[in-house]
Design a protein around this ligand. Structure first.
Ligand SMILES: *Cc1c(COP(=O)(O)O)cnc(C)c1O
Length: 372
């Protein structure tokens, strides 16, 4: 059996006719950049999130960068983010001219640890930028509390957490701005690069729209400089169509996580992912912690099962951030976990039989491993 980490093909084939028609419609109208298809998607996304504004942008990294820029983040400012994340978390802070301040994760949920944030706040702190990692909400009550008390902005990175919830409220609607990636492999994926920002703040929404389009709301009127980061018509049409299915795809991911939990029960060498109480974890990734992780990964690869590591090196310990002077002792949890975490195949179309096979191979590996 061959099982990929994500299977974009089977999802495309399941809605091929509709997708092909949607793309053809954009071609017929040559509405390639912005235009009706983009507005249509933005409106639908607003509705589904119950927010006032959604602005399509080029990708999820741009969504973070644009958010920082329109909040006025500048050199000398500090932005607090999480140690275990994709590089977008730190590179956008640095590109905005500010300094990233990394914080360790909570041991149970892989998300930013609010207690650790408190120790890192200074008079220069301007923003907290948590990541709802793997599809799991960060602790939004505590993060809101900290932001309110210290008068900080909150930017939620929802790139891995479309329609995840914390106490029945969707993530991305707690902060000043919520950012999304629609990279093809994300829970809601385009067929190329795409992203969006949501907000209930009219003033911030206008600034985002302007900054993402060369500082312009009207052709040839530039109130500031900005960037060129726009959602295109083909991606918008695909995303709007996929919104019809996202709820059932999310349910299938959650269901697959439960099937994994059942089949992987009582293997003492692995730790299964925990779901924070009163939240909806949307399982962008199903991440276990495993003894002898690298050998397990190779063993599974030999059995046709693709896995990945999100992420092999925490951000503060990357070579490129050496000059920031962080040490591993400051990140006891995330540093320990980087050698243990393993992302197993996860997508809506994954079958019970495939999960059973994956679980059997993991059991088989530890049987051998224990005899040696
Ligand atoms: C994917 C991802 C991004 C970046 O999104 P792109 O669309 O690839 O630019 C940012 N943050 C996190 C946590 C991600 O997983």
């Amino acid at each position: 059996m061959k099982i990929p980490l994500v299977d974009l093909k089977s999802q495309y084939l399941s809605i091929k006719k509709e997708i092909d028609e949607a793309i053809q419609k954009v071609l017929n109208q040559t509405a390639f950049i912005k235009g009706d298809f983009v507005e249509d998607f933005e409106q639908k996304y607003c509705q589904k999130y119950g927010v006032r504004h959604c602005i399509g942008v080029g990708n999820g990294t741009d969504a973070l960068y644009i958010s920082l820029k329109i909040l006025g983040i500048k050199p000398g400012d500090e932005v607090i983010t999480v140690a275990n994340s994709w590089i977008s978390s730190s590179e956008t802070i640095i590109q905005a001219g500010a300094t990233p301040v990394f914080v360790d994760i909570e041991p149970d949920y892989f998300t930013i640890n609010p207690e650790e944030i408190k120790k890192r706040i200074t008079s220069n702190t301007k923003v907290i930028m948590p990541v709802h990692l793997y599809g799991q909400s960060a602790n939004m009550v505590k993060l809101k509390e900290i932001c309110d008390r210290h008068n900080l902005f909150l930017i939620e990175d929802c790139a891995q957490a479309h329609f995840a919830e914390f106490k029945k409220q969707k993530v991305g609607t707690f902060g000043d701005l919520g950012t999304f990636s629609f990279f093809p492999g994300k829970n809601l994926g385009a067929y190329g690069d795409a992203g969006a920002i949501i907000t209930n703040n009219d003033d911030l929404a206008e600034k985002v729209r302007m900054f993402a389009n060369h500082g312009s709301l009207k052709k040839n009127e530039h109130r500031t400089e900005g960037v060129n980061s726009r959602l295109d018509g083909i991606q918008a049409a695909i995303l709007k169509l996929k919104l019809k299915y996202i709820d059932s795809w999310t349910e299938e991911r959650i269901n697959n996580s439960k099937i994994y939990n059942d089949f992987l029960e009582n293997i003492k060498e692995i730790e299964l992912p925990k779901v924070r109480p009163n939240t909806k974890h949307v399982f962008h990734l199903y991440v276990i912690r495993a003894k002898n992780r690298d050998n397990l990964k190779n063993f599974l690869e030999d059995k046709g099962i693709s896995t990945a590591i999100h992420y092999p090196c925490i951000l503060p310990l990357l070579q490129i951030y050496q000059d920031l002077g962080y040490s591993k002792e400051e990140f006891l949890v995330s540093h320990k976990y980087q050698k243990e975490i393993l992302s197993l195949p996860m997508y809506p179309e994954l079958t019970k039989n495939q999960i059973k096979y994956i679980a059997e191979q993991i059991r088989e590996f530890y049987c051998h491993f224990n005899k040696k």
